[in-house]
Design a protein around this ligand. Structure first.
Ligand code: FAD
Length: 418
């Protein structure tokens, strides 16, 4: 195979195009927006967090979800209106609970492996993305949460990640701006943060310099394969244009499920909505009062990143409500309240809200591998960790397309035929 189409210009599509171009393929990237990274890879939590590798397929998630069903400001919200997509996803989610330990260890291993690729690519291509290598501090308000984190740490260690328990005094030394009283924390020095949108846009510039043809502003209507030629049909209501390639890689975020169905594969991605706020730190006092170390508050499920000196990002919540992208005031409010409580000297006068859809698989593992047709590939379904995992899965899929055994770390998951 020589010519490859990549469907989608988010973090997974752009990193995939980069890894393929570096291996000598003639790559064409299709993105419906005029620019890269305008959907889920726009304003996420910013964490490059191997320490957040714990998958959610655990009975405690189900119990918490049921408890939170009736609270509008809860971290998890499920629209009770049934749909086949949602029901089948939840059934598979429950069926994957026995793989909780195995999938957490594998995710940690992948996340650690991703770092070397991401940092090397950014350096080689001169991509500035407000990278901050100051670690991630998980914070706990009670013994129960702290003890569970101790169990998770054992799984992370099995995946190659070191993190250490810290006392409330040590937490204050690590991040002096954090207000409130805590039972304890876990600190992962090797984790970091950065702006996913800046990185993806920067790497999108690099792939064009490498000769990748980027077709922006074109909606991919359908994709087909006759096992030798892959066809991508783009267009609008009035005209349609087919493009032909030797193969294609689906990296279409929450739309990957639809394209997989057209190609005879089942990739049961569900759009799990999340929100973020970007607090613009307009004055010196706010800049000094906002944390530089990234935080993960396990109780509220919020993550934070300091982006440059004048932006503070807070993100979280999981909402099962189909493809709805509305930014709800009652879901944004808890994020602002959290900043006011934990960082009282940060001025929250100017806060930019955002909502995005995590492309989540029911087992919480990305789909990286070949489909039913030999010239069809997937690198998608990265859920809550697409920024963290993107570089390693891009490297893996490029190795699979090339036919080398480049998937060094992780055996790509087999895709089920429809
Ligand atoms: C609130 C929130 C916080 C998060 N925080 C973190 C974090 O801290 N760390 C972390 O690792 N991950 C985080 N994530 C997850 C991460 O952001 C996602 O996993 C990642 O951005 C998904 O990237 P993607 O390329 O798969 O999807 P996308 O970025 O959505 O890219 C898919 C692209 O395909 C294009 N496309 C789709 N259909 C078509 C079509 N028909 N024609 C043409 N183009 C098409 C879309 O326009 C889009 O640009 C967070 C997510 C959310 C929502």
């Amino acid at each position: 195979m020589k010519s490859i189409a990549v469907i989608g210009g988010g973090i997974t599509g752009v990193t995939t195009a980069y890894a393929l171009a570096k291996r000598g393929f003639a790559v064409t990237l299709f993105e419906k927006h005029r620019y890269a990274a305008m959907e889920t890879s726009f304003a996420n939590g910013g964490q490059l967090s191997a320490s957040n590798a714990e998958v959610w397929t655990h009975w405690s998630t189900i119990l918490k979800g049921m408890k939170w069903m009736l609270k509008s400001d809860a971290p998890l919200l499920v629209n009770p209106k049934p749909s086949w997509h949602k029901l089948s996803w939840f059934a598979e989610f429950i069926a994957n609970i026995p793989k909780y330990r195995q999938n957490t260890v594998e995710t940690a291993r992948l996340a650690v492996a991703a770092r070397e690729h991401l940092f090397a690519w950014a350096e080689a291509e001169g991509v500035d993305f407000d990278l901050k290598k100051e670690g991630i501090l998980h914070i706990y308000r009670d013994k129960k949460g702290f003890d569970h984190a101790g169990e998770v740490s054992k799984l992370l260690a099995a995946g190659g990640l070191e993190r250490r328990a810290v006392t409330p005094e040590e937490m204050r030394a690590i991040e002096p701006t954090l207000a409130g009283s805590y039972y304890g924390g876990y600190y992962t020095e090797s984790d970091s943060t950065g702006d996913i949108h800046k990185f993806t846009v920067g790497l999108a510039g690099a792939i064009e310099r490498l000769g990748v043809r980027c077709v922006y502003g074109q909606d991919v209507l359908s994709v087909h394969s006759n096992e030798e030629t892959a066809t991508v049909i783009v267009g609008n209501g009035e005209s349609q244009q087919p493009y032909h390639f030797d193969g294609l890689v689906v990296c279409a975020g929450v739309n990957s499920r639809r394209f997989a169905a057209q190609l005879g594969d089942r990739v049961n991605v569900y759009p799990v909505k999340g929100y973020s706020i970007t607090v613009n730190l307009l004055d010196q006092r706010s800049q000094e009062a906002a944390p530089t170390v990234s935080l993960l508050d396990d109780e509220t499920k919020l993550v934070t990143s300091r982006l440059g000196f004048d932006r503070f990002r807070v993100a979280g919540t999981a909402e099962f409500n189909g493809y709805n992208r509305d930014i709800r005031a009652d879901r944004i409010r808890p994020l602002v309240d959290w900043v006011n409580q934990c960082f009282p000297d940060v001025n929250t006068r100017q806060v930019v809200p955002w909502a995005g859809l995590r492309p989540m698989m029911p087992d919480m593992m990305p789909r990286v591998g070949r489909g039913r047709c030999p010239n069809v590939f997937y690198n998608t379904g990265h859920g809550h960790l697409g920024w963290t995992l993107s570089a390693v899965t891009a490297d893996m899929i490029a190795g699979v397309v090339k036919g080398t055994s480049d998937a060094r770390i992780y055996v790509p998951l087999q895709l089920k035929s429809a």
